[in-house]
Design a protein around this ligand. Structure first.
Ligand SMILES: Nc1ncnc2c1ncn2[C@@H]1O[C@H](COP(=O)(O)OP(=O)(O)OP(=O)(O)O)[C@@H](O)[C@H]1O
Ligand SMILES: O=P(O)(O)OC[C@@]1(O)O[C@H](CO)[C@@H](O)[C@@H]1O
Length: 315
């Protein structure tokens, strides 16, 4: 159990712009019925949730000067060490079709970052991290930062005795897995990209996770699977968590529910709870974000609601 603040690292934050339309018509004029803009990015969403849960958290990374104020506001309950750079912060746009219940997501890759800036961030975090402290590396890398640096970062953090949680995708995720962090949080698509399409379609989700865990037995896997809940693979532990009845919350946006899942899980692990109760809490926190447009906005009345159960099954 660690009482040290969790460190979140945000190297490619974004503004999440969400537009709600009644019925999205491709190639036609569409009228937005609701617009929201939110300081976001995976690590930002996670740090925000820790702040809301009164869990000590420090955040390091970069933010464009153009949007520093909205990030400062979002992170006011967090020990904020984000460096301001004279760059444009990317905007990721989600269009929510209210009638068809479809989310269309357009993601920007972000402004290229000088490799030296990234190395400085690594050095900064390594200079403060302590043994057993959790470090969350979440989100994509900015263009021009070689993915090998993420692997190097994870290895150096582990040498310092830190516990490292990673949520990223593509080549960065593959490199991260090779560096064997303490925990990864892939979703279905990310797991598929790790094991390959053929193996995934032949084996299915749990056997694919089993396969990955077999080759990386020291790396725990918190695998999210949308409406099917989540799975947890660790040494001698195979669990599935699902909330029921699934209709209890209206689903407005699922963006950021994976961040909430990871934040909820780590929040309980940090306090020394066992894996099962950490998973229950993780699913409750993730579920509570679904009725909200803004990524990472949790609702404690849903988290604590007696109207739904999270069932845990050994698999
Ligand atoms: N449609 C849904 N119905 C019920 N629960 C959901 C739904 N979508 C997400 N969840 C909950 O949120 C968790 C995370 O979902 P998901 O697998 O979609 O994460 P993700 O793809 O990493 O999301 P993001 O990258 O936007 O943060 C799930 O494990 C589940 O508990
Ligand atoms: O482009 P990345 O860094 O992989 O993910 C960015 C992002 O999709 O992650 C969050 C949801 O998890 C959103 O707030 C944000 O738009």
């Amino acid at each position: 159990m660690s009482t040290l603040p969790i460190i979140c690292v945000s190297y490619n934050p974004c503004i999440d712009r969400t537009l709600q339309v009644e019925y999205l018509k491709e190639g036609k004029q569409n009228k937005a019925t609701y617009v929201s803009e939110q300081a976001a990015g995976k690590a930002i969403n996670i740090a925000y949730i820790f702040g809301e849960l009164n869990i000590p958290c420090a955040i390091y990374g970069f933010i464009g000067l153009d949007s520093a104020v909205v990030f400062d506001d979002r992170l006011k309950k967090v020990d904020n060490h984000m460096r301001r750079l004279p760059i444009r912060t990317r905007t990721n746009t989600t269009m929510i079709d209210d009638i068809q219940k479809i989310e269309t997501y357009v993601r920007e890759i972000g402004t290229p970052l000088d490799v030296n800036r990234f190395q400085e961030l690594i050095d900064e975090v390594l200079s403060v991290v302590q043994r057993h402290q959790w470090v969350v590396l979440s989100g994509s890398l900015p263009p021009e930062v070689p993915v090998s640096l993420l692997g190097h970062f994870i290895i150096e953090l582990k040498k310092k005795g830190a516990q490292v949680a990673v949520d990223t995708s593509g080549e960065a995720l593959r490199v991260a897995v090779d560096a064997e962090p303490t925990l990864i949080k892939p979703n279905r698509e990310e797991l598929c990209s790790l094991v390959g399409d053929e193996l995934f379609s032949n084996f299915g989700i749990t056997q694919s996770a089993e396969h990955l865990h077999h080759f990386h037995p020291m790396m725990d896997i918190l695998l999210s699977d949308g409406q099917n809940g989540c799975y947890y693979f660790a040494d001698q532990i195979r669990l599935h968590a699902l909330f029921e009845p699934s209709i209890v919350v209206p689903i407005v946006s699922t963006i950021g529910s994976g961040d909430a899942l990871l934040a909820g899980f780590l929040a309980k692990q940090l306090k020394g709870h066992d894996n099962k109760s950490s998973l229950v809490y993780a699913v409750r926190i993730a579920t509570s974000t679904l009725p909200n447009v803004c990524a990472g906005d949790i609702d404690m009345s849903v988290v604590n609601s007696e109207n739904f159960e999270v069932t845990i099954t050994d698999i």
